[in-house]
Ligand binder design. Sequence first.
Ligand code: SF4
Length: 434
Amino acid sequence: MQRIVLKSETDWEGWRQAARALVLTGVEPDALTWAVGGKTAPLPDATGSFHVPRALVSLASQAIQARDAERFGLLYSLVWRVNAGEKLLEDNSDPDLSLARRMALTVRADAHRMRTNMRFLAVPEDGGTRFLGWFEPAHFVLQANAQLIVRRFPDLTLSIVTPDGAAHWDGTSLLFGSGLRHAEDDEALQAWWERHRDTLLEQATEDVSVPEAEAVDEAPRSPDLPALGSVVLHATPDRAVLRSAREASACRRCPLYEPATQVVFGEGPADASVMFVGEQPGDQEDVIGRPFVGPAGQMMDRAMEEAGIDRRTVYVTNAVKHFKFTPRGKRRIHQTPEVPEIQACRFWLDVERTHVRPRFLVAMGGSAARSLLGRAVTIGRERGRPIQMPDGQTVFVTVHPSFLLRVPDEAAKAREYAAFVRDLKAIRALMTAD
Ligand code: SF4
């Protein structure tokens, strides 16, 4: 039995070279064992070449990132059989091919989760900022996806930390080094980073053998979910807000927690002077775990930009923290929360208001206005004028951005959008008034 040792769990180049040499010298899959790390033995001398279909190369480059010890041998056996003339890729019933495809599928799902779910903390460093991301991958997806993320943010200094290792980007080179087994919370991650930063960066090295990032990026994306562009940079979240967000994830005050994927708490600076309140997380927010990242959030971002409001300076949340929906086939159709649900979740909105203490609250839509004002509100009648709360905070009512998405007529849509931007401009004027 011949033992092939690869340098790392994602030693794509090492596996390719070994597979090529072994196929060319006629070493059968059953005569091999594969291992990672340790003493390597020289590969057999091989001359010549053979053709591997692109689809199989792409499949292997993804499946090799699966956290499964059998993957190297499995992928080698596929290459071996294709080289022997089998029309393997046309045989959907082949168990080995199915297994490799399942591996690739779970890797793609994990990569997608990494690229859409990861949050970055802004950590001061050498007069600048390093963005520190934490992710616990199910598979070995760090290397290939770090390439994609730094392409998205080429000018930033950032580190992506996982239990398998960490990737560091300083604007010119991408290096890989040791990771952190477990990060209890953002505070623990930041403390670990500050304690070990110099050693971690000193020991980090280039890794030229990782699977091609393009191969991972070829993964079909769910049309419902934003891709890499949704990785958002955040200021370090306030500890008290984070603690409350964790507590809310165990909330059972109303039945909405049950079918939803997760609680979606608000986010933004804890000293924000304005808090925007929407109705509830939507389908994408429910999956991603962050407020206003779906189509309505993108509409809101656009309007805020036009009004001169930097979203990073405001706190954004919802009146109801779990997604209410009705399943329809594979789709989940939004359902407006009932008054008792809004009232039950007012507890968490009050918790956020206590932490953030905004001067102005913006109720976007009827549910948010009902939550904040404790009564039914006709948006058309009350929008745009300040409404005083008993505790001294001022509420402004406007439409929910999802309303703009639903206006069927293009001219009416443009009018409603302009009115929304006007409301936001009025709020911005107040934000900057003193
Ligand atoms: S919607 Fe609000 S009140 Fe209801 S379970 Fe979720 S967090 Fe609790």
